[in-house]
Design a protein around this ligand. Structure first.
Ligand code: CA
Length: 254
């Protein structure tokens, strides 16, 4: 369960504090490698580990899909020719489920048409094999930086949530007028950021309790904070899904 931290942190330490799962004890970033060639996969995994990444390896598309959907990564390195699910299909499935982690495709298929297909399917970068190791690592660093900057500003329907200041702001209206941002408490921000991190996903109260309100004893605290969010941002900000839990409102400005 992803726990989002909503506190201002000094520049430079920004990357380690995006969420608690993104920064394991080693201080490294989490990288998912999906590659079916065992020897090549082992070489890459060693390379990434040396570079300071915490690496998970999936040897086929099915395992890659599962890991990408259930764990948080800072970057994903994806092969195209995979057993079970082809690489680009796999990426489309992640994207459909709201996984926004940047993906670098590493493939023997390197024509212009192949690259275009990869980028169109949702990859942020495409590198053809054989590749230069330094270029691969540099591209991963660039993706990671971009992802982290974006990750501090979460889209919430027509609003944006700033995880540093905990302010929710709306886009300017048709006259260009900008409404005063709404200030959230740390727990309100954590709850909203968790829901907004996976729009469409229904979270049970138990999920939200462990993910956001770790020290709280009763699931009622979740209901209370949903109430606070609605009071500040409108009824539509969170949808109740009867018998299942809560999800980000489908029409947050209702
Ligand atoms: Ca392959």
């Amino acid at each position: 369960m992803r726990a989002v931290r909503c506190t201002r942190i000094p520049a430079g330490t920004k990357m380690a504090a995006v969420d608690s799962t993104a920064a394991p004890a080693t201080g490294g970033f989490r990288l998912l490698l999906v590659e079916d060639e065992p020897e090549f996969s082992a070489i890459l995994a060693a390379l990434f580990t040396d570079e300071g990444y915490h690496v998970d390896v999936a040897g086929d598309g099915q395992r890659g899909l599962h890991l990408g959907l259930t764990r948080r990564y800072d970057v994903i390195v994806l092969d195209r020719g995979l057993p079970a699910i082809e690489g680009l299909d796999l990426m489309r499935q992640w994207r459909r489920h709201g996984v926004t982690t940047p993906v670098l495709v590493l493939s023997a298929r390197g024509t212009a048409a192949d690259r275009v297909a990869g980028l169109d399917a949702g990859a942020e970068a495409y590198l053809a094999k054989p590749f230069d190791v330094d270029e691969l690592l540099a591209r991963l660093r660039a993706l990671r930086r971009r992802h982290l900057d974006v990750a501090r500003m979460l889209p919430v329907g027509g609003y944006r949530l700033d995880l540093d200041t905990r302010e929710v702001s709306a886009a300017p209206d048709h006259t260009g007028a900008v409404a005063e941002p709404v200030q959230l408490s740390e727990r309100e921000c954590g709850l909203l950021a968790t829901l907004a991190g996976r729009p469409g996903q229904v979270f049970s109260r138990a999920d939200l309790l462990t993910g956001v309100f770790t020290e709280a004893a009763s699931p009622i605290v979740v209901d209370t904070y949903v109430h606070y969010l609605r009071r500040k941002l409108g009824q539509g900000i969170v949808d109740t899904v009867r018998g299942r839990g809560y999800r980000l409102g489908r029409d947050p400005r209702r």
